[in-house]
Structures are given as C-alpha cells and as structure tokens.
Design a binder for this molecule. Structure first.
Ligand SMILES: *[C@@H]1O[C@H](CO)[C@@H](O)[C@H](O)[C@H]1NC(C)=O
Ligand SMILES: *[C@@H]1O[C@H](CO)[C@@H](O)[C@H](O)[C@H]1NC(C)=O
Length: 499
C-alpha cells in the first residue's frame, strides 16, 4: 500500500508500506512492540504518520539537519515569480536550464572521485561551474533556472541510512546570494528562478533541447569549440539567438578536462569582470554566521549589511575590507586526499583551474619538467599537496616575518570529528605556542552550532577571501574558488600563495 504525505518543502512524499515490512524483518525478533504491530496494520501506518509529523513539524535539531525553511520560502516568493516582472520574466519569459547528468561515464566518475573534497565538489559542480552557467545565462539574455545543492538522491529530507544525518537538498540561496539578489535587472537581463518554477512554466513540450557532444554522448547536437572564450561566445549566440522561451542544455559546458587544461585561463579575464562575479557574495545566512563571530574574529570591522546583500539595488557592489591581521591556511588531509595527491603526482598533473593563474607565487614548478626523476617529483607533489607539520609552522612563521600585521591564523580544513589522532588540533597547539594571538578553526570557533555546520565551507571561503594572506592547496577546488574571489577583489597576487 502506498501512502502520500504533503511536504511543505518540496514534492509530496510517497511511502510504500511494503518498505515497512522489510524494516520490521531487520528488527530483533524479541522487540516487544512487534506482535501488536503485526496484528494491527493500521497502527503501523499511524506510526509512520507520527514519524513524519515529527520530522516535518517538530524537527528537533540535533539530530535532525536544518530544514532551511526560510531560504526555501524566499526562493519560492521571489518577485520575478510572484508577478513583479520585467522583460523576459514570468510565464512568457526566456529561460535556460543546464542539466548536468550525474555520473556520466567512467572517466568522469573517476576524476570526480579523485577530486572529491568538501561539499562543492561532491555536488559534482564547483562554485564557478555554477557561476559560469549564470554568466552564460546573463550573456544570453535569459533567466537561469537553478537547482538546489543535492547531497543525496532521496525523497526524504535526509538520507536516514547515513549518519550523522545531513540535509539531502540545500537551497542554493543558503550558500550564495547571487541567485536571489536580482542583480541581473541592472544589466537588462531577466533574473534567475528556482528550477521548480522553471518546470511549471517550461513543460517539456515547450523546451528546445541541446545535448553537448562528448565521449559518452556522441549523438549530441552541440559540439563545443576548445578555446574558452570562443566557447562562451558560441553558447551566448545559441541562447540569445533562439526564439524559444525555454532552452535546456544537457551536459557540462565546462568539464573537468577543461578546468585541468590551460583553456580555463582563457576565460578568466572576462569571467572575473562579469556581472555575475562582480555581484557574487555568499548568502545572508552565511554572512550572519560571520557577523555573530566578528567580536572574536575581527572586533574592529563593520558587520555585513545583510539586507543590502540579499537585494541588489544598482550596479554598485558591496565592498568589504581586507582583514589584514588574518593569515588563512588551507589544510587538506585524510585518506581520500592522500590518494588524490598520489594520483596527481603519478600523472604529473597541473594545479586545478584558477590556481594556475600565472601571477600567483608557488605554482610555477607544477607540473615539473618531464626530466625530473620520479622520486623527486613525488616528493614535490607531497610537499605541495600534503604539507608536513613542520612546513606548516615554518610557513606561518615566515609569513609573519614578511607581513608583520598578521596576528591571527584561520585554518580551513575538511577534517571533521573523525580526525584520526587529532592532527588538526596538534597543528593548532603548535601554532598557539608560536605566540599567535588566535588560531581559529571554523567548526570549533565560528560555526559550532548544529544548524550552521552544513554551511561551514562557505564560511571558510569567505574568511579566506578577506584574509590578509592566504596559503592554499593548488590541487583543491575550494582553494581555486578562493583564488578567483581574491583576484576579483584586486588583492595583490603576492598575498595569495600555495604550499
Ligand atoms: C557525484 O559523483 C560521485 C562519483 O564521482 C557520485 O558517487 C555521486 O553520487 C555524485 N553526486 C551527485 C549528487 O550526483
Ligand atoms: C534582452 O532582451 C530584451 C527584449 O527581450 C531587451 O529589451 C534587452 O535590452 C535585452 N538585454 C540585453 C542586455 O541585451
């Protein structure tokens, strides 16, 4: 029997009671409530209903992940959806949706896995993948239909089988404000809408479909040129030239291979100056977390103006100051990451995407000349990818000597509670003993509230963006997100470095 429940946060939820019988079989035989359950099937349904009421209404946190009801509601009531429309918006508006198929082909899977880090990559799209789509939409004079960030493919609000529980879907506006701020209006382009709205106004018979040709989809109709800038132009012409209201593009306009290659640098200049990047800020939710931490992080600086950030009012952008006293260091660790480093070394891989920007110090000898012997090369990759404790301390010391304004350290790391042997705490202790005013670790010092943890990556990135000096990991896409934002802000390239 199937039971359907209304779901205030998304599509209705259907549960098959057969699933419950399976569940029952897995329970220990002597569980005392079971006999009565077997006798009264209705009681089981009642239990399920009560369970759902608890999940959706009472929703105790922890252990339940946050439900982002404010952000979902805000996305669903954007003015461009509620009828306050300008040219190209509303029922007869012009839209584009990019559909990146999940896990296309073996190579794709492998390279993604090897790059697997933090949330931005586990969505199988990085911050700038998303921003590039938005950039293309604005250039093509179309409204971008954006998807939420998907952590787990389940109809439930979270995957019950994975512990600790974390949200299956997070509204994009919980991370970044660019999708809801409506800045596009000031460039005479239609504003972005959530994909759910797109599906209402663009039923499939109204869609003009294009499939990007690649190894897995040779039958596609859209063959992209190699050069980054020409590729952008090609898609712009397609989007702006089409008479159809709804255009859907299947496939990744910019894939991993593209970001590994030098082609990603071709589009850097125009991308970094584009309206999308110019107006990029993290979300009100993320910046509120930092506002709460300001008294310990940077007592003298102005809090973020949350109102102004959630809504663009002109082509002007909100400038922030640099936190000259903060040295931010990105430390990637863990078994998966060790494998990534190993693989990068073995194939003499370059730094990822914008970490290759020529002005930045520390990327000039990666990849090394092919004459370098293998052992030396592996050593080089290890030092760049998995710096040792002593190197980390020495680097911090050297940075303070060169930049005497530095007083505090902010450590970005993906190491969670399962940090074996407390490596990160050891680093923290070493640094504290060197006489730094503060050594901050996001998850302990800034976003330690349960409901803030899922947004921690964005908090880390924003602090690293504003830090006086940033030392990043050249093989990390989180670092390359930060590098892109720091170069946009015009921070001197010497202040953005790598291990
Ligand atoms: C992302 O890719 C990995 C494999 O590389 C896959 O296991 C995961 O399910 C994908 N995630 C999504 C949301 O598609
Ligand atoms: C977008 O298209 C509309 C008409 O549909 C036009 O008025 C507007 O100027 C265009 N915007 C840009 C930036 O070309």
């Amino acid at each position: 029997m199937r039971v359907t429940f209304p779901n205030p946060l998304g599509p209705p939820i259907t549960v098959d009671t057969a699933y419950l019988s399976n569940l029952k079989e897995r329970l220990p035989r002597n569980a005392s409530i079971l006999p009565s359950l077997q006798r009264r099937p209705h009681f089981r349904i009642l239990l399920v209903i009560i369970g759902f009421i608890i999940i959706f209404t009472i929703h105790p946190r922890p252990p339940f992940p946050p439900n982002y009801s404010i952000e979902w509601r805000q996305e669903a009531t954007l003015p461009q959806i509620k009828g306050d429309i300008s040219v190209g918006e509303g029922k007869n508006g012009r839209y584009v949706k990019f559909d990146v198929p999940r896990g296309t082909g073996f190579n794709h899977q492998v390279s993604r896995k090897l790059d697997a880090e933090s949330q931005w990559v586990s969505t199988n799209s990085t911050l700038y993948d998303d921003r590039l789509q938005h950039h293309l939409a604005v250039l093509g004079n179309r409204s971008l239909a954006f998807e939420p960030y998907v952590e787990d493919d389940t109809y439930l609000p979270f995957a019950i089988s994975r512990w600790p529980w974390r949200s299956a879907r997070i509204p994009l506006s919980a991370y970044i404000s660019t999708v809801i701020s409506g800045f596009e209006k000031f460039y005479r382009s239609p504003r972005a809408v959530p994909a759910q709205y797109y599906r209402n106004v663009c039923p499939s018979y109204k869609e003009q479909l294009h499939t990007i040709v690649n190894d897995n989809r040779p039958q596609g109709d859209l063959e992209l040129v190699a050069d980054g800038q020409s590729r952008i132009h090609q898609i712009q012409v397609l989007l702006a030239g089409s008479e159809e209201n709804c255009v859907r593009i299947i496939g990744e306009p910019f894939d991993d291979e593209f970001f590994d290659s030098k082609a990603s640098l071709d589009l850097y200049e125009t991308f970094v100056k584009s309206p999308v990047m110019k107006h990029f800020t993290f979300s009100p939710t993320v910046l509120s977390i930092i506002n709460r931490a300001l008294p310990i992080l940077s007592p003298e600086s102005q809090p973020y103006d949350i109102e102004a950030i959630s809504q663009a009012t002109s082509q002007d952008v909100h400038k922030t100051t640099v936190w000259k006293h903060i040295l931010a260091m990105h430390l990637r660790r863990g078994k998966d990451w060790e494998q990534v480093c190993e693989e990068k070394g073995r194939r003499a891989a370059p730094f990822v995407s914008f970490n290759k920007l020529p002005l930045l110090p520390g990327n000039e000898n990666v990849p090394p000349p092919s004459t370098m012997v293998e052992a030396t090369r592996m050593g080089l990759y290890k030092a760049k990818c998995l710096p040792e404790t002593l190197d980390i301390i020495a680097r911090a010391r050297r940075m303070r000597k060169n930049h005497p304004l530095l007083k505090s350290i902010y450590l970005l790391t993906d190491l969670g509670e399962n940090d074996e042997g407390g490596w990160i705490n050891e680093i923290k202790m070493w640094l504290q003993s060197e006489g730094w005013d503060n050594v901050f670790l996001g998850k302990n010092d800034l976003y330690n509230r349960h409901q803030d943890k899922e947004l921690g990556v964005a908090v880390d990135m924003e602090i690293a963006r504003r830090a006086g000096v940033f030392v990043g990991n050249g093989f990390s896409t989180t670092t390359s997100n930060i590098v892109l934002l720091r170069s946009r802000d015009g921070i001197h390239p010497d202040l953005t470095q790598f291990w």
